[in-house]
Design a binder for this molecule. Structure first.
Ligand SMILES: Nc1ncnc2c1ncn2[C@@H]1O[C@H](COP(=O)(O)OP(=O)(O)O)[C@@H](O)[C@H]1O
Length: 190
């Protein structure tokens, strides 16, 4: 299994790139944001528990998120590898992911960060909020809160993966195809 973590701030383009990369490398794309939104829409027990956090732009608690993530990975026992999008977002989640992958004889091959400037990203999210129906994209205060969550809880993962020599940063500004090329260059040399 070649497992890749796509890393980046809200709006950095993880989901957009994942759509191309999953085809190119025949990977299973798991977006925790998408799985949560599916559960919200269908008003499942998980959706009910996650809603308050998501609506405020806060992270959903680690335990709930990790359980959901493991259930998702286990749905694809024959996969070539997983493209993780939106997970891990805390050190506890990264440790849980390492432990889980080890338990199935696998590991994270690389963490690839899409880098872009905060102000550009906030504008992108507000633009997306006009058409996506995502409440967390329609309110600048909620967006800023997501950046604060990112800076406090997610940014430390760069050091976590750097310490394992698995962290790669690519420039996330450019055309979609250009960025796919940059990410592919990292994957191709793994
Ligand atoms: N790994 C995670 N840990 C905790 N909460 C998460 C995680 N992934 C998604 N969420 C919740 O879902 C929301 C939307 O996720 P996502 O679509 O990935 O957002 P973004 O566009 O902000 O990167 C997050 O703000 C958070 O509440």
């Amino acid at each position: 299994m070649t497992n890749i973590v796509l890393f980046g701030k809200p709006g950095a383009g993880k989901g957009t790139q994942a759509e191309f990369l999953k085809e190119k490398y025949k990977l299973t794309h798991i977006s925790t944001g998408d799985v949560f939104r599916f559960n919200l829409k269908n008003d499942t027990e998980l959706g009910k528990q996650a809603r308050v956090f998501m609506d405020a732009g806060d992270l959903v608690p680690d335990e709930l998120t990790t359980k959901m993530l493991i259930d998702e990975v286990n749905k694809h026992p024959e996969t070539n590898g997983v493209l993780f999008d939106g997970y891990p977002r805390t050190i506890a989640q990264a440790e849980a992911l390492d432990a889980f992958l080890e338990s199935i004889g696998s590991k994270v091959a690389a963490t690839i960060a899409l880098e872009a400037d905060d102000e550009i990203l906030v504008q992108r999210l507000l633009e997306r909020g006009k058409t996506s129906g995502r409440v967390d994209d329609q309110d600048e205060e909620k967006i800023r809160n997501r950046y604060q969550e990112y800076n406090e809880k997610t940014a430390p993962l760069m050091d976590y993966y750097n310490a394992q020599n698995k962290f790669y940063a690519v420039n996330g500004i450019g055309s979609i195809a250009e960025i796919t090329e940059r990410v592919s260059a990292v994957i191709d040399q793994l």
